[in-house]
Design a protein around this ligand. Sequence first.
Ligand SMILES: *[C@@H]1O[C@H](CO)[C@@H](O)[C@H](O)[C@H]1NC(C)=O
Ligand SMILES: *[C@@H]1O[C@H](CO)[C@@H](O)[C@H](O)[C@H]1NC(C)=O
Length: 359
Amino acid sequence: MANIVTSVCCVVLAALVVVFAQRRSQQVARIQYEKMGSDVTMQCGSLGDDATVTWKVNGTDVRARQAQDGPRLILMEVDLSSNGLYSCFENPNGERRDQIILRAGTPPKEPVVTCRSNTFPNGFYCSWHLQHPTYIPTDFEVHVKHNQKTLDVLRDPVHKNRCHVKFPQLFSTFKYRVNITAVNALGKASNGISFDDYSIVKPDPPEKVVATPIPKNVRRLEVTWNSPSTWPDVENFPLKYFLRYRPLIRDQWQHVELSDSTAHTITDAYAGKEYIIQVAAKDTEIGTWSDWSVAVHATPWMEEPKQITSTTEAEVILETTPSPAPPSAKPQLGAPLGGSSALLWSSHLLLASILLSVM
Ligand SMILES: *[C@@H]1O[C@H](CO)[C@@H](O)[C@H](O)[C@H]1NC(C)=O
Ligand SMILES: *[C@@H]1O[C@H](CO)[C@@H](O)[C@H](O)[C@H]1NC(C)=O
């Protein structure tokens, strides 16, 4: 009895497993990558040549240029519009036999590679990109060599197409060689560059640039900044700075080069003009100038313009709210005010004369 129960159980279980496996194979769509412009053949599962099937894309009839050959669908000159979820159903009962996600794309071309050290003397980073889209997932392999040794490469956690490398030694006569290979389902292509460590040094721009007017001085602006926080050792690898400034209304920049100082006073600003100011940094010995810092705006100190009293302002608002008066109307508003203050004055004078006469 127990034997029968066990075997029944087994049969049921086995049947379930088979059904489940079938369902799975029907439901899990596989991805088929194909070159744009090519003719593509999709095979419906493992059906033999004598099977006949019906194909659907995204649940509707396939309207693209096509041919059908037993369990195979042939699409002509696929492009991005051919992408989709293709399903095939075996005739005559219409059971689904396969699902294919078609993704048209291109093999990668040589990536463009640049390397730069903004953390000299610690290390450098390389970034790369493709000049043409591939439309399908593309990965990159990175190899860095120095003096025939392969160096450790750390992929950047934020920037997908960037890696970091430590300098194994400084001012070596051997060049660094970086090789980036782009790989996807349709092909691969690589590009290699080589360089001396000193040639790729380029700091980040100075930070916290501040320009402040100097009180009572209509032609001066004091500019201060911090060295880039990524530059690890300003003591031993000092930076020099390049300052540029111009009034907003002019196109011509004025420049000042400064060695190892993080402040400068502009003394020849035009009074009352708003200035735009930027700073760049460079290692004093090697490499190239950083990009320009964030631009800051400042206007030299100006003599305070005469303040309009708050009462007049209130009156202007009250007067103009119902029907906005042209600016020329404003001075007239002073008249009634002048009149009332004159009245106030005369009452004071009256009081004073009364007091005087009493004494
Ligand atoms: C299938 O659907 C996807 C996503 O909605 C769409 O991008 C694609 O063009 C469709 N494919 C076809 C052949 O209609
Ligand atoms: C880059 O490395 C790949 C193998 O990883 C190699 O096939 C290719 O020739 C190298 N390319 C260059 C330009 O060095």
